[in-house]
Design a protein around this ligand. Structure first.
Ligand SMILES: Nc1ncnc2c1ncn2[C@@H]1O[C@H](COP(=O)(O)OP(=O)(O)OP(=O)(O)O)[C@@H](O)[C@H]1O
Length: 701
């Protein structure tokens, strides 16, 4: 895919995207999280880029949502879907699902949604999803206890490039290697020429080191798992709770993760833990051992009556020394016991093995001194010995763990992607279940052509689809049992609505009868259907529209300028609106009633001639019908009566029926009451009398 062909992607963004591991995959899968890892690209931008890429793939001109209110409806239904996600990823990923005019795109999402509807969710899955997030890259790592060495300048540059985690050192000869071995736990010599050279310390000759970086720096693959340990663990739990087919061996991955600490070190190895603690505690343990010896000696000296000969005293005073000789002569046994106690303490405190203990014991000399002090040289040797053993063991364990986990890496990535995608699917499934949705059925030229001419079933693919087949009956939309998801009521309080429009219709009805809500229902159903998603109705059939023009009710009368621009907008629509769905709510408020009726009648004529599908909600339906030069359909939301002063409404518009207005119904009620005052619960001494109400009623005829 040519990245710059994506709308909104210039040279700079294309360069950023090309830095991704697999830009094509990320764009094709709408993997917003992966796209957002490109330098300088935010999540919001990533969603726009993914949408752009989808449009390129499906040759989709976009622009389905043609008005502010249409965009509002999309944002509202999208918000309902997004509110049912657990992860940020899923919320962003839903942003890539937009209403499209292209059959291939709609069918692609329909297939995805179809699978989603099969998904059952339970609380365990949702709880496990809480911990899943897109994987992080491990960032830069430095390994300080190991280095690479070479005599060759070119090899030196290659090594720095291939294995930036380690220092690379130039050496002249084996002597140089030996010096390095004193500073590093492990030295890896890259030159064949060092083979066979024996040097103290851990010096390995590995001419192939640059080709097998994971063996030389197992920290590299481990860092990926360590940094993402919790996310991977959560993804494992999601798979287990949801019974998802895993992309890798879950037991092996879990076992590997359980052996890894968050800082990339190997966990759960007793010997490594022992060595690590010994190195960490060495200094403190030696100090404590000194105290053990000194406390014992102090005690012994305190309890001892020392007889000192005059010559000894003299030599003590004159030489300023000699306590040692005194100790060795008078307290030899006590000294030996104190030293032994110090040695035992050190060996026990650090839990040293036999070889280490031999060195440790030498940290306290047999030569009597007071106070007893460690032999620094021996303590550093012990430190070196313990550290080297620890590093060797850690290195070996890391290599083993890295080798075990190496095969799981791609699977682990997929595991997280699948868990995140499950969240997207579950959000769709929950939305569909909570609004009792069904998949809509698209009808139109391509369906009809397939049955008419099976030789060329795809001849009318996409672009043509919107040109409603001339030889087919006009199809707009048919909604059965629709419940607007935009109504702020619980589902059980929403009356299901049936409505069907082909061509252009006026929708009349009582105040608060549900006209606006019907337009909202039609708009949400049409938007969701074009997104490829299930719709909140028992059954929906519709044609594929090119765009949705939904004009909300304008508050108050427009000024001259606003009026002019509104009329202009309809002029554009009237010219090319054949594949459009036009929904307009009380356009009459744009100017005074008489003029409004004329203008609306003219707009309806033009739309009807162009083959658009339209619903105009109006309180002036009767007047408009009279103005129009063709037989415009008028549907009506009827009040079936007044119950306790409240209108009882049949929310489903009645076809070809001008609904009576609320005032008419009220006058009718007053007339009824006046005729039969008591039976109707009216006032017995009706003042105005039936004649007056009948006069008013006549005006409505
Ligand atoms: N299908 C429905 N089921 C239950 N309640 C509904 C339904 N449709 C509308 N309502 C209720 O009726 C109220 C008024 O609806 P709506 O605004 O759509 O009426 P309207 O006919 O456009 O009113 P107006 O003539 O004042 O513009 C809504 O707020 C909602 O509470």
């Amino acid at each position: 895919m040519d990245l710059e062909s994506i709308p909104g992607v210039g040279e700079k963004t294309a360069r950023a995207l090309s830095e991704l591991d697999d830009p094509e995959r990320a764009l094709r899968a709408g993997d917003v999280a992966a796209i957002a890892t490109a330098p300088g690209i935010t999540q919001g931008r990533a969603a726009r880029i993914a949408r752009g890429a989808i449009r390129v793939e499906h040759d989709d001109p976009g622009g389905f949502l043609a008005t502010d209110r249409a965009r509002d409806v999309y944002r509202n239904v999208l918000a309902l879907l997004k509110s049912r996600t657990v992860t940020d990823y899923a919320a962003q990923r839903l942003e890539t699902i937009y209403p499209s005019t292209r059959r291939s795109r709609i069918e692609e999402v329909q297939a995805f949604a179809g699978d989603a509807l099969e998904r059952e969710h339970d609380e365990d899955v949702l709880a496990a999803l809480e911990g899943v997030e897109p994987l992080r890259s491990p960032g830069d790592i430095r390994v300080r206890e190991r280095c690479l060495a070479t005599t060759d300048a070119e090899r030196y540059s290659e090594a720095r490039e291939a294995i930036p985690e380690l220092s690379v050192e130039i050496v002249e000869d084996a002597q140089g290697l030996a010096e390095l071995a004193r500073g590093y736990s492990t030295v890896i010599a890259l030159d064949e020429s060092f083979a066979g050279v024996t040097i103290d310390g851990d010096v390995q000759v590995r001419p192939d080191a640059l080709e097998t970086p994971a063996e030389v720096v197992p920290e590299r693959p481990l860092a990926f798992f360590a940094r993402n340990r919790d996310r991977l663990q959560a993804a494992v739990e999601v798979h287990q709770a949801a019974g998802l087919e895993p992309a890798c061996d879950l037991d092996a991955l879990e076992d590997g993760l359980s052996r890894l600490d968050e800082d990339g070190t190997v966990a759960g190895d007793d010997e490594l833990d022992r060595l690590t603690t010994a190195v960490d505690d060495l200094d403190a343990a030696v100090g404590a051992a000194e105290s053990v010896a000194n406390d014992r000696l102090r005690e012994a000296i305190r309890e001892q009556d020392v007889t000192i000969e005059g010559s000894d005293l003299l030599s003590l005073v004159e030489r300023g020394a000699g306590v040692d000789s005194l100790l060795s002569r008078e307290l030899a046994d006590e000294y030996a016991a104190a030293i032994e106690a110090a040695r035992d303490h050190l060996v026990d405190a650090l839990d040293l093995d036999q070889g280490e203990a031999e060195i440790a014991r030498r940290a306290f000399s047999d030569e009597p001194t007071f106070p007893v002090e460690r032999d620094e040289a021996v303590v550093s040797r012990l430190d070196e010995e313990l550290t080297a053993t620890k590093e060797r063991r850690a290195g070996r364990l890391k290599r083993e763990l890295a080798a075990d986990l190496a095969d799981q890496r791609e699977g682990a990535r997929q595991l997280v992607r699948d868990a995140l995608e499950l969240d997207v699917e579950l959000a769709i499934a929950r939305f569909a279940r909570e609004f009792e949705c069904t998949m809509p059925e698209f009808v139109g030229s391509e369906t009809l052509r397939i049955s008419e001419d099976s030789e060329a079933p795809r001849a009318s693919e996409d672009g043509e689809a919107s040109r409603a087949s001339e030889n087919s009956e006009a199809v707009g939309f048919t909604i059965e049992g629709g419940q607007s998801p935009l109504l702020d009521e619980p589902l059980e309080a929403i009356d299901p609505v049936d409505y069907e429009v082909s061509g252009v219709a006026l929708l009349s009805g009582v105040n608060s009868g549900g006209k606006t809500s019907t337009l909202d229902l039609v708009a949400s159903v049409v938007v969701l259907a074009h997104m490829g998603l299930p719709v909140p109705a028992e059954r929906v059939r519709l044609r594929r529209f090119d765009d949705l023009h939904y004009h909300a009710k304008t508050q108050g009368t427009l000024d001259a300028g606003a009026f002019e621009s509104t009329v202009r907008e309809f002029a554009d629509l009237a010219q090319g609106g054949e594949g459009s769905l036009v929904l307009v709510d009380e356009l009459e408020s744009i100017t005074e009633p008489g003029a409004s009726a004329k203008i609306i009648a003219g707009i309806l004529e033009a739309l009807s001639e162009n083959g658009a599908t339209a619903v105009f909600v109006s309180h002036l339906a009767g007047e408009i019908r009279e103005m129009a030069d063709y037989d415009v359909t008028v549907d009506g939301i009827e009040a079936v009566g007044l119950v306790d002063g409240e209108l009882e409404v049949n929310r489903s518009p009645v076809k070809d029926h001008l609904a009576r207005s609320t005032p008419e119904l009220i006058v009718e009620k007053l007339a009824d009451e006046a005729r039969e005052p008591v039976a109707n619960g009216g006032v017995p001494e009706e003042e105005a009398g039936p004649v007056f109400y009948d006069r008013l009623l006549e005006k409505f005829e």
